[in-house]
Design a protein. Sequence first.
Length: 239
Amino acid sequence: MNYRILLIDDDPTLLKLLGQYLRESHFEVYEASTGKEGLRLAYSERPDLVLLDVMLPGMDGWEVCARLREMTDVPIIMLTAKTTESDKLRGFRLGVDDYVTKPFSFAELVARIQAVLNRLKLSDERAGILVHGDIVLDLNKFQAMIGGQFLELTPTEFRLLETLVRHKGGVVSDEELMRDVWGYERNDPSLVRRYILLLRRKMERVSPNSVWVRTVRGFGYRLGTGSLVAPDLKAPDEE
């Protein structure tokens, strides 16, 4: 599963080198050099974690953090040269999950990222909650929501969505869906396609301007994050 990381920093060298390192560590990375651009990407891409520099031009990291907390509980790791206790306390009061002081080791930062994501995953799973972007599944109550709106799903549709959510945007083949949703080892692409279509229609009724279940030709299906896109801007390998 490739977690989505939003990196917000005005240092172009750090953006390039750290972004490359994170991608080599199997993260999907979005980069922003200003607070406003970072907030726009946070809204459109729904990252799993945000790396946020304190010293940004214009809107600084403190304000970006406060605005992020108004719209999401996404984990935030602050990147900062400030080491005073008061600065750290300010960050934690705003809801920061961890602090990394510049200069830092990329390997150590990745370890911090994994620790924060693992804590979040463990906490959610203990509560029986799965989250992907705007999608929230309550496994105890068998309830599904998009952006706070309930989805009316059949048991099969719920299991299908659960399987896609667990893969966090990764591609899931017909064979995997047949095994995990229906419990069959045999492959029946037509059955999968039929239920994918039903699920897609229900999700798009609740969130009509978003792209959710994507078909990756020749490979299977993956779950989007609900990013707003024009209908004629589909990727060439998807439909």
